[in-house]
Design a protein around this ligand. Structure first.
Ligand SMILES: [Zn+2]
Length: 55
C-alpha cells in the first residue's frame, strides 16, 4: 500500500498563490505556474493528512 510517492510533489506560485502538482505543471513548457505563468514557485509539502484513528 503505497499512498504517497515522490511524484506527488506540490508547488505554490509566489505570485498568485495557487498550489499545483508536478503533473499539472508538466503540461507547460519550462517550469512555471499553470495558472498565471509566473516562473517563481516554491516547493511545498503535499497536504496529506496523516491521521491515526483512535478506536
Ligand atoms: Zn501563479
Amino acid at each position: 500500500m503505497s499512498f504517497s510517492s515522490e511524484d506527488e510533489k506540490v508547488y505554490r506560485c509566489l505570485r498568485c498563490g495557487s498550489v499545483f502538482s508536478k503533473k499539472e505543471q508538466e503540461i507547460l513548457p519550462g517550469f512555471r505556474c499553470p495558472h498565471c505563468g509566473f516562473k517563481i514557485v516554491e516547493k511545498v509539502r503535499p497536504a496529506v493528512p496523516k491521521r491515526v484513528r483512535a478506536l
